[in-house]
Design a binder for this molecule. Sequence first.
Ligand SMILES: NC(=O)c1ccc[n+]([C@@H]2O[C@H](COP(=O)([O-])OP(=O)(O)OC[C@H]3O[C@@H](n4cnc5c(N)ncnc54)[C@H](OP(=O)(O)O)[C@@H]3O)[C@@H](O)[C@H]2O)c1
Length: 253
Amino acid sequence: MTYHPSTVLITGATGDFGKAFCKRYAEIGCKIIVHGRNKDKVEALCAELETETYPLVFDVTDKQASLQALSSVPSKYQNIDLLINNAGGALGLDKAQDALLEDWENMISMNVTGLVRVTNVILKGMANRRKGHIINIGSISGNWPYPGGHVYCATKAFVKQFSLAIRADLQGTNVRVSNIEPGMVETKFSYERFKGDKDRADAVYANTTPLTAEDIAETVFWTSTLPQHVNINTLEVMPTKQTFAGLVTERDD
Ligand SMILES: NC(=O)c1ccc[n+]([C@@H]2O[C@H](COP(=O)([O-])OP(=O)(O)OC[C@H]3O[C@@H](n4cnc5c(N)ncnc54)[C@H](OP(=O)(O)O)[C@@H]3O)[C@@H](O)[C@H]2O)c1
């Protein structure tokens, strides 16, 4: 029997994936906790969604703000049965030896520390209620290294292994954990990675057919609405036109 979550917390809801997730869960009438770091964007999105919403504003790299905001969720929204850990992204594409330490630290802070912090807070309630699903937004970058991927790839490899490991601990609680690993999706991801260089970001998606945020929303929605005895552990999804580069061999002259 198909399962429908009732209260969904979506981190990074103001991003392109996040908005598509919100719209998909609003269609089935879920209560949605709409998270973002920008108050105006969060409130605008809440006003747009045709379902009950609660705005939650904090920067995932700020421990105190995160814990304070998460503990302020009103009782009506506290029984979260789906957490989508989506906030995050990549910074820079220079070679490791040329990369900025600040970018590395920020990626770890958003994609790893921020994600485990939200998970730690929400997971306890799910385990106690013996009901819930954590869907982490990983990436093919966690499986397939590429030049310039360094810390971004490593953070998404962390997300994959964290997802699998907590699943092992959750045996006996009925709580599900899934890691969804998208390939190239046209969003503002590249714009953020290239720090506002629109031409460089647009070039990533030029003359090909990337996935859309709606494709990933449908994948996540399917994963979360399978009957409760079914757990998708990891699911990698790429555009048909994207595939593997193979290994590179350096040759002497
Ligand atoms: N697009 C792809 O090709 C792709 C592929 C694989 C995985 N992913 C992953 O998918 C997720 C969503 O990415 P997207 O493509 O939808 O990009 P996006 O449109 O740039 O969305 C990123 C979201 O994360 C939020 N965010 C970033 N840093 C934050 C922080 N410190 N505190 C709170 N929120 C923060 C952003 O907030 P603002 O709206 O305020 O900027 C935005 O809501 C990311 O985890 C990304 O790594 C993307």
